[in-house]
Design a binder for this molecule. Structure first.
Ligand code: UGB
Length: 597
C-alpha cells in the first residue's frame, strides 16, 4: 500500500497477479514515494500484456514454465510420434486437373477473405523498411503489397464478387503498423476501398529470464517489461478477437487464405489451391513445394503416434532433423538421392482454411495456438540463458489442436510457379551453396521472370533460354523480363486465351502486359515492349515485330553506399536504353497489325 498508493482496481489486480505468480523480483527496486509515474506506466503495460494473451498473464507464465521444463528435459513436442511422408494433391501446372482446380478456385474467390501476416521485421534481410513496400521486381517496380492487392482485385472482378468486395486483413506489429498504414494511405490503398482493408496489430509478449519463467525487465528501463514478438501464430488470436469472423460468415464467406509478406509468386498458386479446398471440401489446405533438405521451410509430415492416432502437420525446419534422427532415420533431414529433394514437401505457409469450422475451433481455444520456446542456454546444465527468451507460435500450427476427423490436406505446386520468398541479405545468400534456394531479393526477382516465361512456354510460346549472370555474388538465371498484371491473366486458361499464332521472345527482351484485354497473335519481341490498356479497351497485336535496344541490368555491389538500400540488396539496377511503349487508352477495339516497330 505505501509503495504504490492510489491504485485503480485493475492495476491492483495485475499487481497481485504478478506477486501470486512468483514475479516479486519485478518490484524489488520500488521505493515508497519515488517514481510514482513510472510505477503506473509499468502497471499499465502489465494490464496490456494481461489483456492481450488468451487466458491472461497467469496462463502465459504457466505455459512458459511447462515449456521451459520440457525444453530443459530435452522433450520435444513430437515425442511418441513417427514421421512419414504424407500424400496430398500433386498439382501440375497447365494440365487438365490443374485447369479444373483453377477454374473452380476463381469462381470461389468471391467467398474468400485474404489474410496477410506482415508483423515481422525481416531481420535476416537487413532492410530497414517494411518488407511489403519492397519492389517485387524493378521492371515495373510493383511493390509486394501492390502486387497482392492487384491480384485480389482481379479475383474480385473475375469471380463476380458481391457487396463490399473481397476483404484483406493485414496483421501488423508495433514494428510495421504505422509504415503499413502510411504505405496504404500514400497509394490510395492501391485501388481497394479503405473499408475492405483491416489492419490488426499483434502485440509482443513478455520476455523470460530463467527456467522459472521470471519475467525480464528491459535492460534500459527498470519500469518496463522487456517484450519480443510472439510469432505469426498470433494471426489466429487477432482474428478471433477482432469480431470480424462471424460477420464474414453471415455475409456468406467460406474461405480464409493466409499468406506471407514477400513471395512474388504466391498468387500464381492461389486459384488452383482454392479450387482444391473447394472441390475436396478441405477444412485446412496447406500449399507446399518440393523441399531441399535443410532449407529454411518446414516439412509437411504425417505423424503417427504410438497409440495409432495420426495427423498431417508442418514440422518446422529446426525440428525436422532431430525428429527424423530420433525415429529411425539416422541421417536426419537429407535429400532423397533419386530426386535430389527431401521426401517431405516444403511448407510455404499459404493456408486455405474453411471459415465455419475455424470459428468453432477458435471459440474452443479462445484463439490460442500451440506455442514453443527456444531458449539459448549458457551451458549444458541448461540452468541459465544467454539472453532472455519468450514463448512463440506459428500460424501453420493451427491444425495441431483439431480433432482427428478434420479434413486436413495439402497441395504441392512447382517451386518455379509458386515460391520465391525474399528473406536473406546478400552476404548470407552468397554463402548458400550452388543449387540451393537463395531466398534473396536477387533470386526473388529472377524467379518472377522465369515463372512468366515458363507459363508462356507451356502455352506454346518460343522463349529463348536464360543467361547465367552473377549479382551480389549469386549466380542466377536471367530470363527475358516478362511481367503481366493479374488483369491480363490470373490462370493458365487466361494466358492461353490471350495468345494465338506464335509469340517469340529473345533473352535480352522485356515484355510488360498491363491491361485486361490485350491479345498477341504472331508477335516477335527482341528489345522492350510495354503494353497497357484501360479496362474498356480491346487491343490486339497481329503479325508485329518489335526490335530496339531494350532494357538491361547493370550490376551494383551491395557494399556501394552511393546506391539506395533497396538497389544494393538486389545487386542491380535497370538501364533503360530504348523501348516501344503503346497505351490503349481509349474505349473500344484497336488492332495493330503487319508492322515492325
Ligand atoms: N510474421 C509476423 O507477422 N509476426 C511475427 O511475429 C513474425 C513473423 P519469416 P519463418 O515459407 O518462407 C515461415 O520470419 O518464421 C510474419 C514458416 O514458419 O519470414 O522463418 C512475417 O512478416 C516456415 O515453415 O518466416 O518461416 C512473414 O510474413 C516456412 O513456411 C511471415 O510471418 C517459411 O516461413 C513469416 O516470417 C516460408
Amino acid at each position: 500500500g505505501d509503495v504504490v498508493p492510489n491504485l485503480s482496481d485493475s492495476q491492483r489486480t495485475v499487481l497481485e497477479l504478478l506477486l501470486r505468480e512468483g514475479q516479486g523480483h519485478l518490484f524489488q527496486h520500488w521505493q515508497a514515494g519515488q517514481n510514482e509515474e513510472d510505477k503506473i506506466r509499468f502497471l499499465n503495460q502489465v494490464e496490456k500484456l494481461n489483456d492481450n494473451y488468451p487466458g491472461g498473464l497467469a496462463a502465459y507464465i504457466h505455459n512458459a514454465r511447462k515449456l521451459l521444463a520440457d525444453s530443459k528435459a530435452g522433450r520435444n513436442p513430437f515425442d511418441g510420434y513417427t514421421p512419414s511422408v504424407p500424400t496430398g494433391e500433386q498439382l501440375n501446372y497447365g494440365d487438365e486437373d490443374f485447369m479444373k482446380f483453377e477454374e473452380a478456385g476463381v469462381k470461389e474467390a468471391k467467398n474468400a477473405v485474404f489474410v496477410l501476416v506482415a508483423g515481422g521485421l525481416g531481420e535476416r534481410l537487413g532492410y530497414s523498411g517494411i518488407k511489403i513496400a519492397l519492389p517485387s521486381q524493378i521492371t515495373t517496380e510493383t511493390c509486394y503489397l501492390d502486387l497482392y492487392i492487384q491480384h485480389i482485385l482481379a479475383l474480385q472482378e473475375a469471380s463476380g464478387s458481391h457487396g463490399s468486395g473481397i476483404p484483406l486483413v493485414i496483421m501488423t506489429s508495433d514494428d510495421t503498423h504505422s509504415k503499413t498504414q502510411k504505405l496504404l494511405e500514400d497509394n490510395e490503398y492501391f485501388g481497394m476501398s479503405p473499408d475492405q482493408v483491416h489492419l490488426l496489430k499483434q502485440e509482443k509478449v513478455a520476455c523470460l529470464a530463467d527456467n522459472d519463467a521470471r519475467i525480464a525487465l528491459d535492460p534500459s528501463d527498470p519500469y518496463l517489461i522487456q517484450t519480443k514478438p510472439h510469432g505469426h501464430g498470433d494471426v489466429h488470436t487477432v482474428l478471433h478477437t477482432s469480431g470480424l469472423l462471424p460477420r464474414w460468415q453471415t455475409e456468406g464467406r467460406k474461405w480464409l487464405l493466409f499468406f506471407q509478406d514477400t513471395n512474388g509468386l504466391l498468387f500464381k498458386g492461389i486459384p488452383a489451391a482454392l479450387g482444391v479446398s473447394s472441390i475436396r471440401d478441405l477444412d485446412v489446405n496447406s500449399l507446399a513445394v518440393p523441399r531441399k533438405a535443410k532449407e529454411a521451410i518446414g516439412g509437411i509430415s504425417k505423424l503417427t503416434h504410438e497409440n495409432g492416432s495420426q495427423m498431417v502437420l508442418n514440422v518446422e525446419y529446426n525440428q525436422l532433423d532431430p525428429l527424423l534422427r530420433s525415429s529411425g532415420y539416422p541421417d536426419g533431414d537429407v535429400n532423397d538421392p533419386t530426386t535430389g529433394y527431401s521426401p517431405f514437401p516444403g511448407n510455404i505457409n499459404q493456408l486455405v482454411i474453411k471459415i465455419g469450422p475455424y470459428i468453432e475451433e477458435l471459440l474452443r481455444t479462445k484463439g490460442a495456438i500451440v506455442e514453443f520456446v527456444n531458449p539459448k542456454y549458457k551451458d549444458a546444465s541448461k540452468t541459465s540463458f544467454k539472453s532472455s527468451t519468450r514463448l512463440e507460435c506459428m500460424m501453420q500450427d493451427y491444425p495441431r489442436t483439431l480433432s482427428p476427423s478434420a479434413k486436413v490436406g495439402f497441395s504441392v505446386l512447382d517451386t518455379w510457379l509458386a515460391y520465391a520468398p525474399v528473406k536473406n541479405n546478400p552476404e548470407d545468400a552468397a554463402k548458400i551453396p550452388e543449387g540451393n534456394p537463395k531466398h534473396s531479393p536477387t533470386s526473388g526477382e529472377m524467379a518472377i521472370y522465369k515463372a512468366h516465361c515458363l507459363m508462356l512456354r507451356k502455352a506454346g510460346a518460343q522463349i529463348e533460354d536464360p543467361k547465367q549472370e552473377v549479382f551480389n555474388g549469386q549466380s542466377v538465371e536471367v530470363w527475358p523480363r516478362v511481367i503481366w498484371s493479374p488483369k491480363w491473366a490470373l490462370t493458365f486458361a487466361d494466358v492461353c486465351k490471350n495468345l494465338s499464332g506464335q509469340l517469340q521472345i529473345s533473352q535480352r527482351s522485356t515484355l510488360v502486359l498491363n491491361g485486361a484485354h490485350i491479345q498477341l497473335e504472331d508477335v516477335t519481341v527482341d528489345g522492350t515492349l510495354l503494353l497497357c490498356g484501360i479496362p474498356e479497351s480491346e487491343a490486339k497485336l497481329s503479325n508485329v515485330r518489335v526490335q530496339n535496344k531494350g532494357w538491361s541490368f547493370k550490376s551494383v555491389d551491395y557494399k556501394d553506399t552511393t546506391y539506395p538500400e533497396v538497389t544494393r540488396i538486389r545487386g542491380f539496377e535497370l538501364e533503360k536504353l530504348e523501348q516501344c511503349s503503346i497505351a490503349f487508352d481509349q474505349p473500344g477495339s484497336c488492332l495493330i497489325q503487319n508492322v515492325s516497330l
